[in-house]
Design a protein around this ligand. Structure first.
Ligand SMILES: CC(C)(COP(=O)(O)OP(=O)(O)OC[C@H]1O[C@@H](n2cnc3c(N)ncnc32)[C@H](O)[C@@H]1OP(=O)(O)O)[C@@H](O)C(=O)NCCC(=O)NCCS
Length: 209
């Protein structure tokens, strides 16, 4: 039996809990302990609130952590703060995702219901593929990258570390999104996007601030 908890008690954390509960119903050997969060959630969660990073870093027995946090940059910050050798990071794959053996998925990544991944896809550590996203052939999703609900990535797309694809956005074949870059919700990316840039619209253009 694996003792598992979620870091992040917000909306996405509760969605990750739903996946874990569905996996348990299907016989996956998880025992769900509750939620960690930076903020004290005792009032909302009672005994299911397990504490903050400090509490996790003092946890005395093996514990698996799933990250229930939508932003890759924040996932990265939290992972960097967790130093306890008792902690390992679960990859959590919805039983309702379309998924196969020729996809490699790194530790701590989350694949949500309805996500459809095809062939020769490599997903790094701590990535998120959210509800109903489609990921085409030969695509690379870097560490801490995020593909939000209903986004569509064609073949050979390459998301670098912490790249973020907003809900309902699309990316054409062979496009590279640089580190920390963001494609806004509903955007269609037809050219490579440099690191640390935000692009919006159809076709997507750089958002200058
Ligand atoms: C692109 C995005 C990151 C920009 O956020 P931001 O930096 O806070 O930008 P602002 O909200 O200040 O908007 C700046 C301008 O861009 C426009 N804009 C913002 N997001 C846009 C989008 N997705 N498509 C088109 N235009 C957009 C705004 O209307 C505003 O235009 P204006 O200056 O003419 O008024 C954000 O809007 C977005 O799309 N995030 C993804 C959300 C998502 O997918 N969430 C999934 C949750 S599960």
């Amino acid at each position: 039996m694996t003792e598992i908890a979620i870091y992040g008690a917000g909306g996405f954390g509760r969605e990750v809990n739903l996946i874990i509960q569905q996996l348990i119903k299907k016989g996956h050997p998880y025992h769900f302990l509750g939620f960690f969060d930076d903020e004290d959630k005792t009032l909302e969660l009672g005994n299911s609130y397990l504490g903050n990073t400090e509490k996790l870093n003092n946890w005395k027995t093996p514990i698996s952590i799933a990250l229930g946090i939508g932003s890759g940059k924040i996932r990265k910050k939290i992972v960097e703060r967790i130093t306890n050798p008792q902690v390992d990071f679960s990859k959590v794959i919805s039983p309702y995702a379309f998924f196969n053996d020729i996809i490699s998925i790194g530790k701590g990544s989350i694949i949500c219901a309805g996500a459809n991944l095809t062939t020769n896809i490599v997903i790094g550590d701590f990535a998120v593929v959210n509800l109903n996203a489609t990921i085409g052939h030969d695509t690379r999703l870097g560490d801490y990258s995020s593909v939000m609900p209903g986004a569509n990535l064609a073949g050979n797309v390459n998301l670098k570390e912490c790249a973020y694809v907003g809900s309902g956005a699309s990316i054409l074949n062979g496009i590279v999104m640089g580190e920390n870059s963001v494609l806004g919700s509903g955007g269609v990316l037809i050219k490579n996007l440099e690191a640390n840039r935000i692009a919006i619209g159809v076709p997507a253009k750089i958002l200058e601030k």
